[in-house]
Structures are given as structure tokens and as C-alpha cells.
Design a protein around this ligand. Structure first.
Ligand code: ADP
Length: 174
């Protein structure tokens, strides 16, 4: 029985991630989409929001479960008895990063293997930051994320905008 972890920030999850997870789930017995929840970087969505969005997306795939985790990814894999870590590779520049991470992870936990799947052609350019940037400027992300994620992005940017407006009017009042 092969249990694998597909870790990432998923801020937000997009069609490139979804493609990798669904393809990986055909190879393994169980795939855990693991959402990193103690970030060093600033995220647009909270860990709970990122987990909920991924849960919605994979609800129909019985081989995939979604969970949050923190700390070192390979240690998490070991804790839950996963032997394999899945990563996605887009352009050549991903390779250098993934190569270094795989070697570092192997040093930490030699029993956990890393398997990288090559992105599908239509998702080569897709990244969460591209999706965020387009959505933040009111651009159309229909071909990049499922409808629920598009709606979540719109709601998030609306709430940020409203918070900005009320902060500005509060500052004007004060
Ligand atoms: P991280 O912060 O770990 O890079 P991401 O959410 O950005 O988290 O990405 C998670 C994984 O998905 C990484 O292995 C990344 O290379 C892969 N990935 C991201 N975008 C794509 C894409 N368009 N096609 C295939 N894999 C992708």
C-alpha cells in the first residue's frame, strides 16, 4: 500500500495543483494533500481557508484526503506513515529548487522518496502568485481555477477592499 503526501502552500489551489494531485492519485493507494499552515511567508488565505478550498476541490476523489500540517514536511510524512512525497515540475527553474529540496529532505529522512510529476502543457505557466495577481486586478481566472476558488478569490479581494475603505474612512473620521 503506497501512501503519498502532496505538500504545498496552495494559496490558492489552482488547476496545475489539481492536475498533479489527480494524476498522482491514480498511481498511489492514498494521497494526502497537505496544506502547510505555519508559513514563513505572508499568505492571502488563512490555513483553514486553504484547507477548506482543497477539500471542496477533491471531495469527489475517494483516494484524496486534505489536511493541514506544520513543521518539516518529511517528518510529517514519517509521522503519518507515508513513504512518498509528490511534487510538481513546471519550467526548468522549478527543477533546481525541487532538486535541492529533494536532496535536503533525503538527508533528513532517507526512507521517504520524492516523486516529481511534469506539469500538463496547459498548466506550464500557472502559479498561485499569477492567479492572485490577476484576480487582485479584477482579471478573469476562469481557466486557471475551479469556480469555487474563483468565487473565494473574488470574495477575499472584496473584503480586503472593503477593509481598506473602512480603514480610510475611520482614519478620516479620527
Ligand atoms: P510550495 O510553497 O511548496 O512551492 P505551492 O502551492 O506553490 O507550494 O506548490 C506545491 C507544489 O505544486 C510544488 O511542487 C509546485 O512545484 C507544484 N506546482 C505549482 N504549480 C504547478 C503547475 N502549474 N503545474 C504543476 N505543478 C505545479
Amino acid at each position: 500500500m503506497i501512501k503519498a503526501v502532496f505538500p504545498g502552500s496552495f494559496d490558492p489551489i489552482h488547476n496545475g495543483h489539481i492536475d498533479i494531485a489527480n494524476r498522482a492519485s491514480k498511481i498511489v493507494d492514498e494521497l494526502i494533500v497537505a496544506v502547510y499552515d505555519k508559513p514563513l511567508k505572508n499568505f492571502l488565505f488563512s490555513p483553514e481557508e486553504r484547507i477548506d478550498m482543497a477539500k471542496m476541490v477533491f471531495a469527489a476523489n475517494p483516494k484524496i484526503t486534505v489536511t493541514g500540517y506544520s513543521g518539516i514536511t518529511v517528518n510529517y510524512c514519517r509521522e503519518i506513515g507515508a513513504q512518498l512525497m509528490i511534487r510538481g515540475l513546471r519550467v526548468f527553474s522549478d527543477f533546481e529548487y525541487e532538486f535541492r529540496m529533494a536532496l535536503a529532505n533525503h538527508r533528513l529522512q532517507p526512507d521517504i522518496e520524492v516523486m516529481a510529476l511534469i506539469t500538463s502543457e496547459e498548466h506550464t505557466f500557472l502559479s498561485s502568485s499569477t492567479v492572485r495577481e490577476i484576480a487582485s486586478l479584477g482579471g478573469d481566472v476562469t481557466t486557471m481555477v475551479p469556480p469555487q476558488i474563483k468565487a473565494a478569490l473574488e470574495a477575499k479581494y472584496r473584503s480586503i477592499e472593503n477593509a481598506g475603505i473602512s480603514a480610510t474612512s475611520k482614519a478620516t473620521r479620527d
